[in-house]
Design a protein around this ligand. Sequence first.
Ligand SMILES: N[C@@H](CCC(=O)N[C@@H](CS)C(=O)NCC(=O)O)C(=O)O
Length: 279
Amino acid sequence: MSSTTLYTFELSVWSAVAELAVLELGLADKVEKKYVDLVHGENFKPEFVKINENATLPTIVGPDGTVYKNTTDVVNYLASIAPVKVKAATEITALTHEANIDPNFALLSARNAEELAAKSSAFPKVFVENRHAGITKYSSTPEAKPFEALYTGKLAGSSWLLSLYTNTADEATKAEFYKASQATWDALTVFYFETLPAKLRDAGAGPFLGGEKPGVDDFHVAARVAHLASLFGATKSEEGLEAFRKGFGGKDVPVEIVKYWEAWTPRESWKQVYAKTLH
Ligand SMILES: N[C@@H](CCC(=O)N[C@@H](CS)C(=O)NCC(=O)O)C(=O)O
């Protein structure tokens, strides 16, 4: 039987969901990983777009050639083939993927000119520039022709981001971006201070949503929590809770989130996935 291939990247929040699942579900020797460098837009190579026309990670190609093209399908597939059985996804999995709390938009978001200036001299700027260069390069190849609609849409989005990050956007565009960024952070605050703590309380003794061990929901939520800590500047697990507190303006971190963080961070899967840095 040929193997299952997971297309992944070490700095990708949604890939981390799949990577945690592979380890927790005892599938490390059954899944072959292939790295796609998102920071250089390699997900826009026509060879990859032929596999997943969304050009996103994680992506899985199963032994029979079936392609799983989004995080939810990828993890549900992994759970279905795993020797270890865990609690299936519930509503919280879908909630972690709601567009109004998009983690990748949060990374690039800026609520005002100061935030945008700070991010424009840090990693987000590098990402925006390189990704734009990657889309531009790959979209102009003959192999890209069948996927013209994808490239046209992605180029429009990346040109918009580049204009913001190179300070060539007009005032109306900037104002709209600040407003969208503020809305995302307002929604993220509700998610981390209300929605997620309530779901953790409903889950009972826990410490995971899946019970004593992580279930499918937990793979999605864990990666979101790690990503949020990284957005607040934490690179190591032990910096996470303080980063949350500071990041949310000094507000106490909900006790449910504290317990959740403390349950995840000692696990081998977590230590491996976040060995280099939280992301
Ligand atoms: N809804 C999709 C989102 C996946 C997604 O956006 N993944 C990011 C990496 S965390 C990506 O591949 N981005 C590619 C890009 O546009 O640069 C899913 O759940 O799979």
